[in-house]
Design a protein around this ligand. Structure first.
Ligand code: NDP
Length: 258
């Protein structure tokens, strides 16, 4: 579980822990990993902290090794670690572009590569947390959206290349989810729109069919499905968990008639 110390990752860890999986919790901040592990153990889960940077090949390799050393196998890899982005192409620097790619896409590649031999051995699965921005760009989010599109294709290549050996790979594309990342973006909207965080969530969800953001647990339950036997023949899919945001046509004229 990469990025298991907060937000969606922590909710996924709770859910998979309740499903009976042993957990390896990774992230750059050792303290956040440790706190998450304590919280998970208090909830009755078996969890181990393995702090590290997914973009560092050594850390990625160590993460897989720690999982095998502790549990003797890897059944599920959740590529969840991710960071946001701020620029359109002309505003993007090479440094920030590479930082986002390194974490969101190369990190998933590195950790998957390190875990694949063990996943093949036990016919395990990979679940990557992309974003609706993986198929619809957020305005001014060039690196983020591109990295998330890459994550979808990475999952498809794994599904295609390793399906014959029993490994499934799928991608989840969340819309806005209430997490530290989601809240931070909403706080920016709130400041520019002269409202508060809740006002920003309401404003940005005016066109969402469910008129609200998602909760981390609503992503975690989908991860649980994809990780479990009910999804035994689900391979290479891209599943939106966005309350319907991505099916709305923002240009439909009927929306502007009174
Ligand atoms: P958070 O910021 O709460 O979680 C991101 C996690 O990734 C943190 O635990 C962070 O830990 C970890 N992380 C970041 N960089 C690295 C790195 N280089 N190596 C290891 N871990 C890293 O945000 P969310 O829970 O919202 O995000 C989880 C995923 O969901 C992300 O991939 C995000 O893009 C995606 N997503 C989120 C949406 C939302 O609205 N919240 C919508 C769509 C997609 P640490 O800082 O300790 O490294």
């Amino acid at each position: 579980m990469t990025g298991g110390g907060s937000g969606i990752g922590l909710a996924v860890a709770h859910r998979l822990g309740a499903d009976g999986f042993g957990l390896i919790i990774s992230g750059r901040r050792a303290e956040a990993c440790k706190a998450a592990v304590e919280e998970l153990r208090a909830a009755g889960c078996i969890a181990v902290a393995a702090p590290g940077d997914v973009g560092d090949p050594e850390d990625a390799r160590r993460l897989a090794e720690q999982a095998i050393a502790r549990f003797g196998r890897i059944d599920v890899l959740v590529n969840n670690a991710g960071i946001g982005d701020t620029g359109a192409v002309l505003e993007e620097t090479l440094e920030s572009w590479e930082r986002v790619m390194r974490t969101n896409l190369t990190g998933a590649f590195l950790v998957t590569q390190a875990a694949l031999p063990a996943l093949i051995e036990h016919r395990g699965c990979v679940i990557s947390i992309s974003s609706v921005n993986g198929y619809r760009p957020g305005p001014g989010w060039a690196a983020y959206s591109t990295s998330k599109a890459g994550l979808i294709m990475l999952a498809r290549t794994i599904a295609s290349d390793y399906g014959p050996q029993g490994v499934r790979a799928n991608c989840i594309c969340p819309g806005w989810i209430r997490t530290p990342m989601g809240d931070a973006d909403m706080d920016e909207v709130a400041e520019s729109q002269d409202t508060d965080r809740e006002g920003a969530y309401r404003l940005t969800h005016r066109d969402n069919p469910m008129r609200r953001p998602g909760e981390p647990e609503e992503v975690a339950s989908v991860v649980s499905f994809l990780a479990g036997p009910d999804a035994a023949y689900v391979n290479g899919v891209t599943l939106a968990v966005d309350g319907g945001t991505s099916i709305v046509d923002p240009t439909a004229v009927s929306r502007f008639r009174t």
